[in-house]
Design a protein around this ligand. Structure first.
Ligand SMILES: *Cc1c(COP(=O)(O)O)cnc(C)c1O
Length: 415
């Protein structure tokens, strides 16, 4: 058993917005985690798709350690070298034009939404003629509408929550940002039906993560791109969970032959250091001007040194190719689990972001995996077991995981 006293103290001090599993993790090595009692766990959750390089990677640790001794923070009133280098690398792999570093995924979404609003505002002003110094003298509705998807997840700040298609998350915090309309993911007609002259952007995950691991269909994402082009809307793709190599391409949209105007990343970008980013290309890259947006910590030299190390290591070790190979292996093994168990309905996903949909709740399996099998898994929605391991796992880790997963399913649902 884990340290009961620590858990009791936690419940006294930490604001209760989570029901935590009864394990206190202490350290990690590679794809293994260790609790305070010394038990070893195989990790297929990666701290929610964050720990791409696993735990204790030497090259990454050295890069962060070096920067820790040099300079951790200076603010965005000055330049710092790691943020420039991390930014250059990120633009190179994303084919975007500009990047803004944030401290989290939800903040990256806030920035993306502000770009959409700013573009809409710029367009309205332009349509009034360049001589106008604003909309003050004319009665004008500035609301730019944004189309988001049902069952999406974009974060917990009020803007990101406003585009998160989950009534349960939204209800207690209304009113939220106005002008958000929800379409159905992978249903192009439902998007088209919501477009009017106020619409300024469409936001969606390329692969829905929290909603249950639903990849966009090719017809859908290409259709949304076409609608955005026809109506002058920005396409915002949220790659916070599915990006950074996890799908088997650096960014999941690169599978489809479409390109977003704005995209967001976070999770794996810092391999555990809190960093996110929004990136933009074309007119979206120039929409905001000095004074429009800012952050005290965002892009500080410590976290960007970490992100730069992650991007360097991705290149040196060909991590994305490794994901392609290991992801195909994992898919094959999970398909066998679907065949074998009546309670397992289907597999969905790409690369190393996979889900198994059950006919019943996932929590009993996830709990049995953790406590009985020492296998860290996470769920998505109520019925889906999510597999988002460190990207550096090997085939032997997949084999071991499947063994423990099957034992956990047996334990939770019977043989
Ligand atoms: C996790 C996640 C977010 C929010 O990121 P935080 O760092 O938790 O704020 C946004 N979008 C997607 C797709 C995510 O998976």
């Amino acid at each position: 058993m884990a340290d009961n006293q620590l858990m009791e103290r936690a419940e006294h001090v930490l604001y209760k917005t989570y029901n935590r599993f009864p394990v206190v993790f202490d350290h990690g090595k590679g794809v293994m985690l260790y609790d305070t009692e010394g038990n070893e766990y195989l990790d297929f959750g990666a701290g929610i798709a964050v720990m791409a390089l696993g735990y204790g990677d030497e090259e990454y640790t050295r890069a962060v350690e070096d920067q820790l001794h040099k300079l951790t923070h200076i603010s965005n009133l000055f330049y710092n070298q790691p943020s420039i280098e991390a930014g250059e690398k990120l633009l190179e792999v994303s084919q975007m034009d500009k990047v803004f570093f944030t401290n989290s995924g939800t903040e990256a979404i806030e920035g993306a939404l502000k770009i959409a609003k700013r573009c809409h505002y710029n367009m309205l002003r332009q349509s009034m003629g360049d001589g106008s110094d604003g909309c003050e003298d004319v009665e004008m509705d500035l609301t730019g509408e944004i189309i988001a998807m049902n069952h999406s997840f974009h974060g917990r700040s009020l803007g990101a929550l406003s585009v998160t298609g989950n009534a349960h998350y939204q209800e207690p915090f209304k009113p939220l940002v106005p002008g958000i309309r929800f379409a159905d993911f992978n249903d192009l007609k439902s998007v088209e039906a919501l477009i009017n002259d106020k619409t300024c952007a469409v936001i969606m995950e390329t692969i829905q993560g929290e909603g249950g691991i639903y990849p966009a269909s090719e017809a859908f994402i290409k259709g949304v791109r076409r609608l955005c082009d026809e109506h002058g809307l920005l396409l915002i793709l949220d790659e916070i969970q599915c990006g950074m190599g996890r799908s088997g391409k650096m960014f999941a949209w690169q599978h489809y032959g479409v390109k977003p105007d704005v995209m967001t990343v976070a999770k794996a970008l810092g391999n555990g250091l809190p960093i996110g980013a929004f990136l933009a290309c074309g007119k979206a890259a120039g929409a905001m001007v000095p004074g429009d947006h800012g952050t005290t910590y965002g892009g500080n030299p410590l976290v960007t040194a970490g992100a730069k190390a992650v991007l360097d290591i991705f290149e040196e070790r060909r991590i994305v190719d490794h994901v392609k190979e290991t992801g195909a292996y994992l898919s094959g093994k999970l398909d066998q689990v679907v065949e074998k168990y009546a309670v397992v309905k289907e597999r969905r996903g790409m690369g190393l972001i996979q889900g198994l949909e059950l006919t019943g709740p996932a929590t009993p399996v996830v709990t049995a995996a953790l406590l009985e099998q020492k296998l860290v898994l996470i769920s998505a929605g109520t019925n889906i077991i999510r597999f988002v391991p460190p990207l550096v796992i090997g085939k032997a880790d997949v084999d071991e995981m499947v063994k423990r997963l099957e034992a956990a399913i047996d334990s939770a649902y019977g043989k």
